[in-house]
Design a protein. Structure first.
Length: 197
């Protein structure tokens, strides 16, 4: 069974990161199966919890794929289309014949494999939860590194999401090259940010 999820869909800045994880449940040891019980939606775990689960997922999974879509790409193609393409690309890299592919909340167009959209899938499927953890850890690590180059927006704490601190930084400094210019966010509307061309 394969699962796919993304991180960063609702952020003001930074990439959208999608991940897919394939588990072969028949080959898991009892220890590995027990460890997977701790999986849940990545947002239900704190930073330390996600970092602890991340290497476990990489150890236990039969296959893992991660893809990232940058802010200019999101601006050019639109968030929803970009999200679906990223999830599809990841699943195609991990799926095997006969595998059921679960996607958190979406059906993927032009996928070709056996798929199921699972509402709240990151809380209902170990494979989707594992993909959620992988995507979130990869994205958050990237944003913390970006904070070193772009310290004024506090990406090390907000990882690009619309927090009061982030909105205040946008008001004071404007937006960086890492911000999405086409994202019609309530936060952007409230801040009267000038959108790109």
């Amino acid at each position: 069974m394969a699962g796919a999820d993304e991180a960063g869909r609702g952020s003001l800045a930074g990439p959208l990161v999608a991940a897919a994880v394939l588990f072969d449940y028949r080959s898991l040891s009892k220890r590995q199966a027990r460890a997977l019980r701790n999986l849940n939606d990545s947002k239900a775990h704190d930073l330390d919890g996600r970092e602890e689960l991340y290497p476990l997922v990489l150890e236990v999974a039969a296959r893992v794929a991660v893809t990232s879509r940058c802010a200019p790409g999101i601006d050019a193609r639109g968030l929803h289309v970009t999200n679906l393409q990223a999830l599809r690309d990841c699943l195609l890299k991990v799926t095997v014949p006969g595998a059921l592919c679960l996607v958190d909340g979406f059906r993927l167009p032009d996928f070709g494999g056996v798929q199921e959209a699972v509402i709240d899938g990151d809380a209902r499927s170990a494979a989707i939860a594992a993909a959620s953890v992988v995507a979130k850890v990869v994205r958050d690590r990237y944003m913390r590194r970006a904070a070193e180059e772009l310290p004024g927006w506090h990406f090390h704490t907000n990882v690009g999401y619309s927090t009061p601190e982030h909105r205040e930084a946008i008001l004071a400094r404007g937006i960086s090259w890492l911000h999405r210019r086409s994202f019609e966010s309530v936060a952007y509307q409230q801040l009267a940010i000038e959108q790109g061309p």
